[in-house]
Ligand binder design. Structure first.
Ligand SMILES: *Cc1c(COP(=O)(O)O)cnc(C)c1O
Length: 355
Protein backbone atom coordinates (compact mmCIF):
# COMPACT_ATOMS: atom_id res chain seq x y z
CA UNK A 1 0.00 0.00 0.00
CA UNK A 2 1.79 3.10 -1.20
CA UNK A 3 -0.82 5.85 -0.71
CA UNK A 4 -1.63 8.02 1.11
CA UNK A 5 1.91 9.11 1.68
CA UNK A 6 3.41 11.98 3.63
CA UNK A 7 6.65 12.92 1.93
CA UNK A 8 9.00 15.00 4.05
CA UNK A 9 12.05 16.83 2.71
CA UNK A 10 14.64 16.49 5.45
CA UNK A 11 16.94 19.05 3.77
CA UNK A 12 14.18 21.68 4.10
CA UNK A 13 13.67 20.76 7.75
CA UNK A 14 17.44 21.00 8.27
CA UNK A 15 17.48 24.44 6.68
CA UNK A 16 14.67 25.69 8.90
CA UNK A 17 16.36 24.30 12.00
CA UNK A 18 19.68 25.91 11.11
CA UNK A 19 18.10 29.31 10.40
CA UNK A 20 16.22 29.29 13.70
CA UNK A 21 19.26 28.07 15.63
CA UNK A 22 21.40 30.80 14.08
CA UNK A 23 18.94 33.58 14.93
CA UNK A 24 18.58 32.25 18.44
CA UNK A 25 22.32 31.83 18.97
CA UNK A 26 22.83 35.49 18.06
CA UNK A 27 20.73 36.25 21.14
CA UNK A 28 22.25 33.48 23.33
CA UNK A 29 19.02 31.50 23.12
CA UNK A 30 19.18 27.73 22.90
CA UNK A 31 16.67 25.84 20.79
CA UNK A 32 14.86 22.72 21.93
CA UNK A 33 13.67 20.74 18.91
CA UNK A 34 10.10 19.54 19.44
CA UNK A 35 9.32 16.24 17.73
CA UNK A 36 5.69 15.55 18.74
CA UNK A 37 4.14 17.22 15.66
CA UNK A 38 5.58 14.51 13.41
CA UNK A 39 5.27 11.62 15.88
CA UNK A 40 9.02 11.63 16.51
CA UNK A 41 10.26 10.52 13.09
CA UNK A 42 13.84 9.52 13.91
CA UNK A 43 15.32 10.87 10.65
CA UNK A 44 13.87 14.31 11.38
CA UNK A 45 14.90 14.29 15.02
CA UNK A 46 18.43 13.48 13.90
CA UNK A 47 18.31 16.42 11.51
CA UNK A 48 17.09 18.74 14.29
CA UNK A 49 19.88 17.65 16.59
CA UNK A 50 22.53 17.94 13.85
CA UNK A 51 21.32 21.36 12.69
CA UNK A 52 21.57 23.23 15.98
CA UNK A 53 18.97 22.05 18.52
CA UNK A 54 20.67 21.58 21.87
CA UNK A 55 17.92 19.34 23.28
CA UNK A 56 15.06 17.30 21.85
CA UNK A 57 11.60 17.28 23.38
CA UNK A 58 8.40 15.31 23.04
CA UNK A 59 5.14 15.11 24.94
CA UNK A 60 5.11 11.32 24.99
CA UNK A 61 7.59 8.93 26.57
CA UNK A 62 6.89 6.33 23.87
CA UNK A 63 8.16 8.84 21.31
CA UNK A 64 11.28 9.54 23.37
CA UNK A 65 11.84 5.76 23.65
CA UNK A 66 11.57 5.48 19.87
CA UNK A 67 14.21 8.17 19.35
CA UNK A 68 16.55 6.68 21.93
CA UNK A 69 16.17 3.29 20.28
CA UNK A 70 17.16 4.88 16.98
CA UNK A 71 20.38 5.98 18.67
CA UNK A 72 19.65 9.69 18.64
CA UNK A 73 21.41 11.57 21.40
CA UNK A 74 19.49 13.73 23.84
CA UNK A 75 19.22 15.41 26.23
CA UNK A 76 15.49 14.71 26.16
CA UNK A 77 12.83 16.90 27.72
CA UNK A 78 9.36 15.52 28.46
CA UNK A 79 7.00 18.27 27.33
CA UNK A 80 3.80 17.08 28.92
CA UNK A 81 3.69 17.32 32.69
CA UNK A 82 4.03 13.66 33.72
CA UNK A 83 1.31 11.23 34.72
CA UNK A 84 1.73 9.68 38.17
CA UNK A 85 1.81 6.27 36.49
CA UNK A 86 4.70 7.09 34.16
CA UNK A 87 7.22 8.38 36.70
CA UNK A 88 9.44 5.27 36.50
CA UNK A 89 9.42 5.26 32.72
CA UNK A 90 10.17 8.98 32.84
CA UNK A 91 13.26 8.37 34.96
CA UNK A 92 14.36 5.69 32.47
CA UNK A 93 13.90 7.84 29.39
CA UNK A 94 13.97 11.59 29.99
CA UNK A 95 16.71 13.90 31.25
CA UNK A 96 14.43 16.82 32.06
CA UNK A 97 10.70 17.02 32.79
CA UNK A 98 8.23 19.85 33.03
CA UNK A 99 6.32 20.12 36.33
CA UNK A 100 3.28 22.12 37.40
CA UNK A 101 2.23 20.49 40.70
CA UNK A 102 4.17 20.18 43.94
CA UNK A 103 2.55 16.73 44.23
CA UNK A 104 4.39 15.66 41.09
CA UNK A 105 7.68 16.94 42.55
CA UNK A 106 7.00 14.76 45.62
CA UNK A 107 6.31 11.71 43.43
CA UNK A 108 9.51 12.32 41.47
CA UNK A 109 11.52 12.69 44.68
CA UNK A 110 10.15 9.43 46.10
CA UNK A 111 10.92 7.50 42.91
CA UNK A 112 14.41 9.02 42.65
CA UNK A 113 15.15 8.08 46.27
CA UNK A 114 14.03 4.51 45.63
CA UNK A 115 16.22 4.28 42.53
CA UNK A 116 19.13 6.39 43.83
CA UNK A 117 18.98 8.76 40.88
CA UNK A 118 18.18 12.38 40.08
CA UNK A 119 16.00 14.21 37.58
CA UNK A 120 16.10 17.78 36.32
CA UNK A 121 12.92 19.80 35.97
CA UNK A 122 11.52 23.05 34.62
CA UNK A 123 8.58 24.55 36.50
CA UNK A 124 5.86 25.78 34.16
CA UNK A 125 4.27 29.12 35.01
CA UNK A 126 0.75 29.95 33.84
CA UNK A 127 0.78 33.50 32.50
CA UNK A 128 -2.75 33.47 31.17
CA UNK A 129 -3.05 30.77 28.52
CA UNK A 130 -4.67 28.57 31.20
CA UNK A 131 -3.18 25.24 30.24
CA UNK A 132 -0.55 23.91 32.67
CA UNK A 133 1.46 25.92 35.16
CA UNK A 134 1.91 27.28 38.67
CA UNK A 135 0.37 30.67 39.36
CA UNK A 136 3.01 33.38 39.71
CA UNK A 137 2.11 33.86 43.40
CA UNK A 138 3.02 30.25 44.25
CA UNK A 139 6.82 30.64 44.09
CA UNK A 140 7.42 30.44 47.84
CA UNK A 141 5.45 27.22 48.10
CA UNK A 142 7.20 25.86 45.00
CA UNK A 143 10.63 26.61 46.45
CA UNK A 144 9.61 24.77 49.63
CA UNK A 145 8.58 21.73 47.58
CA UNK A 146 11.94 21.78 45.80
CA UNK A 147 13.81 22.12 49.10
CA UNK A 148 12.20 18.95 50.39
CA UNK A 149 12.98 17.18 47.10
CA UNK A 150 16.78 17.36 46.79
CA UNK A 151 16.85 14.78 43.99
CA UNK A 152 14.59 16.89 41.77
CA UNK A 153 16.75 19.69 40.43
CA UNK A 154 15.09 22.92 39.45
CA UNK A 155 16.73 24.10 36.22
CA UNK A 156 14.37 26.98 35.73
CA UNK A 157 10.94 28.19 34.71
CA UNK A 158 9.02 28.02 31.46
CA UNK A 159 5.82 29.25 29.90
CA UNK A 160 3.35 28.22 27.21
CA UNK A 161 1.37 30.56 25.05
CA UNK A 162 -1.22 29.86 22.39
CA UNK A 163 -1.91 26.30 23.49
CA UNK A 164 -5.33 26.43 25.12
CA UNK A 165 -6.26 30.07 25.45
CA UNK A 166 -4.62 31.30 22.26
CA UNK A 167 -2.79 33.92 24.34
CA UNK A 168 0.00 35.58 22.35
CA UNK A 169 3.46 36.13 23.79
CA UNK A 170 4.21 39.81 24.37
CA UNK A 171 7.03 41.85 25.90
CA UNK A 172 4.89 42.17 29.02
CA UNK A 173 4.12 38.51 29.67
CA UNK A 174 7.69 37.47 28.79
CA UNK A 175 8.98 40.07 31.27
CA UNK A 176 6.57 38.63 33.80
CA UNK A 177 8.25 35.23 33.34
CA UNK A 178 11.62 36.83 34.08
CA UNK A 179 10.21 38.41 37.26
CA UNK A 180 8.61 35.18 38.42
CA UNK A 181 11.91 33.37 37.76
CA UNK A 182 13.77 35.97 39.83
CA UNK A 183 11.33 35.46 42.68
CA UNK A 184 11.78 31.69 42.56
CA UNK A 185 15.57 32.22 42.59
CA UNK A 186 15.25 34.33 45.73
CA UNK A 187 13.21 31.66 47.49
CA UNK A 188 15.45 28.82 46.29
CA UNK A 189 18.67 30.63 47.10
CA UNK A 190 20.35 29.64 43.84
CA UNK A 191 20.28 31.01 40.30
CA UNK A 192 18.15 29.41 37.59
CA UNK A 193 19.89 28.09 34.48
CA UNK A 194 16.89 28.19 32.18
CA UNK A 195 14.16 30.66 31.33
CA UNK A 196 12.14 28.90 28.67
CA UNK A 197 10.16 31.60 26.94
CA UNK A 198 7.75 29.61 24.82
CA UNK A 199 7.41 27.96 21.45
CA UNK A 200 7.12 28.93 17.78
CA UNK A 201 4.82 31.86 18.59
CA UNK A 202 7.62 33.54 20.58
CA UNK A 203 9.79 33.82 17.44
CA UNK A 204 7.79 36.92 16.44
CA UNK A 205 9.09 38.69 19.55
CA UNK A 206 12.62 37.58 18.78
CA UNK A 207 12.29 39.01 15.26
CA UNK A 208 11.12 42.35 16.62
CA UNK A 209 13.92 42.42 19.20
CA UNK A 210 11.35 42.37 21.99
CA UNK A 211 12.25 39.17 23.77
CA UNK A 212 13.74 40.07 27.17
CA UNK A 213 17.48 39.47 27.46
CA UNK A 214 17.08 36.97 30.32
CA UNK A 215 15.00 34.50 28.30
CA UNK A 216 17.51 31.89 27.14
CA UNK A 217 15.54 29.00 25.65
CA UNK A 218 12.73 28.42 23.15
CA UNK A 219 11.03 25.10 22.41
CA UNK A 220 10.34 24.95 18.69
CA UNK A 221 8.31 22.45 16.66
CA UNK A 222 5.98 24.06 14.13
CA UNK A 223 8.45 26.62 12.76
CA UNK A 224 11.06 23.93 12.12
CA UNK A 225 8.64 21.46 10.55
CA UNK A 226 6.33 23.78 8.58
CA UNK A 227 7.81 27.27 8.60
CA UNK A 228 4.51 28.63 9.95
CA UNK A 229 3.17 30.12 13.20
CA UNK A 230 -0.46 29.15 13.57
CA UNK A 231 -0.97 31.13 16.81
CA UNK A 232 0.41 34.29 15.21
CA UNK A 233 -1.53 33.37 12.04
CA UNK A 234 1.45 33.87 9.76
CA UNK A 235 3.98 32.33 7.45
CA UNK A 236 7.45 32.91 8.85
CA UNK A 237 9.06 34.69 5.90
CA UNK A 238 12.65 33.63 6.62
CA UNK A 239 11.75 29.93 6.78
CA UNK A 240 10.72 27.32 4.21
CA UNK A 241 7.11 26.15 3.96
CA UNK A 242 7.80 23.45 1.36
CA UNK A 243 8.97 20.91 3.91
CA UNK A 244 6.34 18.25 3.32
CA UNK A 245 3.49 17.16 1.11
CA UNK A 246 0.66 14.67 1.50
CA UNK A 247 0.01 12.56 -1.60
CA UNK A 248 -3.13 10.63 -2.46
CA UNK A 249 -4.22 8.61 -5.47
CA UNK A 250 -7.22 9.43 -7.67
CA UNK A 251 -9.81 6.62 -7.75
CA UNK A 252 -12.63 8.26 -9.71
CA UNK A 253 -12.92 11.17 -12.15
CA UNK A 254 -16.42 12.03 -13.35
CA UNK A 255 -18.65 14.96 -14.19
CA UNK A 256 -21.40 15.35 -11.58
CA UNK A 257 -23.94 17.95 -10.51
CA UNK A 258 -22.78 20.24 -7.71
CA UNK A 259 -26.00 19.73 -5.73
CA UNK A 260 -26.96 16.26 -4.47
CA UNK A 261 -30.09 14.62 -5.85
CA UNK A 262 -32.76 13.70 -3.29
CA UNK A 263 -33.90 14.60 0.19
CA UNK A 264 -30.95 15.91 2.27
CA UNK A 265 -30.30 14.39 5.71
CA UNK A 266 -27.06 14.56 7.69
CA UNK A 267 -23.71 13.37 6.34
CA UNK A 268 -21.67 10.55 7.91
CA UNK A 269 -20.47 12.92 10.66
CA UNK A 270 -23.87 14.33 11.61
CA UNK A 271 -23.56 17.63 9.74
CA UNK A 272 -26.25 18.77 7.36
CA UNK A 273 -24.37 19.82 4.23
CA UNK A 274 -25.20 22.94 2.24
CA UNK A 275 -24.45 23.17 -1.49
CA UNK A 276 -24.17 25.96 -4.00
CA UNK A 277 -25.51 25.11 -7.45
CA UNK A 278 -22.63 25.61 -9.89
CA UNK A 279 -24.00 23.24 -12.49
CA UNK A 280 -22.19 20.11 -13.55
CA UNK A 281 -18.53 20.02 -12.55
CA UNK A 282 -15.63 17.67 -13.15
CA UNK A 283 -14.75 16.00 -9.86
CA UNK A 284 -12.03 13.66 -8.73
CA UNK A 285 -12.18 11.32 -5.75
CA UNK A 286 -8.88 10.87 -3.91
CA UNK A 287 -8.39 7.84 -1.64
CA UNK A 288 -7.79 9.96 1.44
CA UNK A 289 -10.04 10.60 4.42
CA UNK A 290 -10.49 11.28 8.08
CA UNK A 291 -8.78 8.05 9.05
CA UNK A 292 -5.63 9.47 7.46
CA UNK A 293 -5.59 13.15 8.19
CA UNK A 294 -7.36 16.17 9.68
CA UNK A 295 -9.10 17.36 6.54
CA UNK A 296 -9.64 20.92 7.72
CA UNK A 297 -5.85 21.25 7.66
CA UNK A 298 -5.35 19.98 4.12
CA UNK A 299 -4.98 22.28 1.10
CA UNK A 300 -4.77 21.04 -2.47
CA UNK A 301 -1.52 21.87 -4.25
CA UNK A 302 -2.90 20.84 -7.63
CA UNK A 303 -3.34 24.08 -9.63
CA UNK A 304 -7.03 24.92 -9.98
CA UNK A 305 -8.31 22.14 -7.72
CA UNK A 306 -10.51 22.79 -4.70
CA UNK A 307 -11.34 20.44 -1.81
CA UNK A 308 -15.15 20.02 -1.68
CA UNK A 309 -15.26 17.80 1.37
CA UNK A 310 -14.43 14.35 2.57
CA UNK A 311 -15.65 11.38 4.54
CA UNK A 312 -13.64 8.73 6.41
CA UNK A 313 -11.96 7.46 3.26
CA UNK A 314 -12.86 9.63 0.25
CA UNK A 315 -11.80 13.18 -0.49
CA UNK A 316 -13.71 15.07 -3.18
CA UNK A 317 -11.88 17.53 -5.39
CA UNK A 318 -13.47 19.97 -7.81
CA UNK A 319 -11.10 19.83 -10.79
CA UNK A 320 -13.32 21.63 -13.33
CA UNK A 321 -10.92 24.56 -13.72
CA UNK A 322 -7.64 22.64 -13.50
CA UNK A 323 -5.33 23.50 -16.43
CA UNK A 324 -4.53 19.80 -16.48
CA UNK A 325 -7.20 17.73 -14.75
CA UNK A 326 -6.04 14.60 -12.94
CA UNK A 327 -6.85 11.21 -14.41
CA UNK A 328 -7.61 7.89 -12.79
CA UNK A 329 -4.51 6.64 -10.98
CA UNK A 330 -2.79 10.04 -10.84
CA UNK A 331 -1.23 11.08 -7.57
CA UNK A 332 -2.24 14.52 -6.29
CA UNK A 333 -0.38 16.64 -3.73
CA UNK A 334 -1.70 18.48 -0.66
CA UNK A 335 -0.14 20.84 1.84
CA UNK A 336 -0.73 20.12 5.52
CA UNK A 337 -0.98 22.38 8.56
CA UNK A 338 0.17 21.41 12.06
CA UNK A 339 -3.00 19.49 12.93
CA UNK A 340 -2.99 17.61 9.64
CA UNK A 341 0.71 16.77 9.99
CA UNK A 342 0.07 15.48 13.52
CA UNK A 343 -2.85 13.33 12.35
CA UNK A 344 -1.11 12.02 9.22
CA UNK A 345 2.02 10.96 11.09
CA UNK A 346 -0.12 9.34 13.80
CA UNK A 347 -2.39 7.44 11.40
CA UNK A 348 -1.27 3.92 10.68
CA UNK A 349 -2.83 4.28 7.22
CA UNK A 350 -0.35 6.90 6.04
CA UNK A 351 3.13 5.94 4.93
CA UNK A 352 5.68 8.54 6.08
CA UNK A 353 8.60 8.91 3.70
CA UNK A 354 11.54 11.07 4.72
CA UNK A 355 13.68 12.06 1.75
C1 LIG B 1 4.16 21.39 21.60
C2 LIG B 1 4.90 22.16 22.59
C3 LIG B 1 5.90 23.06 22.18
C4 LIG B 1 6.22 23.34 20.73
O1 LIG B 1 5.24 24.13 20.14
P1 LIG B 1 5.38 24.68 18.63
O2 LIG B 1 4.29 25.66 18.52
O3 LIG B 1 5.19 23.49 17.74
O4 LIG B 1 6.70 25.28 18.45
C5 LIG B 1 6.59 23.74 23.16
N1 LIG B 1 6.33 23.54 24.47
C6 LIG B 1 5.39 22.68 24.90
C7 LIG B 1 5.16 22.50 26.36
C8 LIG B 1 4.63 21.96 23.98
O5 LIG B 1 3.70 21.12 24.42
Amino acid sequence: MAYPQLVIDSAAVAENTARIAERCAARSLSVVGVTKGMSAQPELARVMRASGCSWLADSRLSNIARLRQAGIEGPYLLLRIPMADEIDELLDLADVTLVSMTGTIDLLERACRRRSCEIASIAMIDLGDLREGFWPDEMERLAEAYRSAPRVRCLGVGVNFGCFGGVLPTVLNERRLVEVGAELERHLGHPLEILSGGATSSLALLERGELPEAINQLRIGEAILLGTDVTGNRIIPWLRQDTMELRGQVVEVRRKPSVPIGLIGADAFGNVPVFEDRGERLRAIVALGRQDVRLEGVRSLLPGAEVLGASSDHLLLDVETCPSAPRLGDVVPFAVDYGAMLAATTSRYVEVKVL
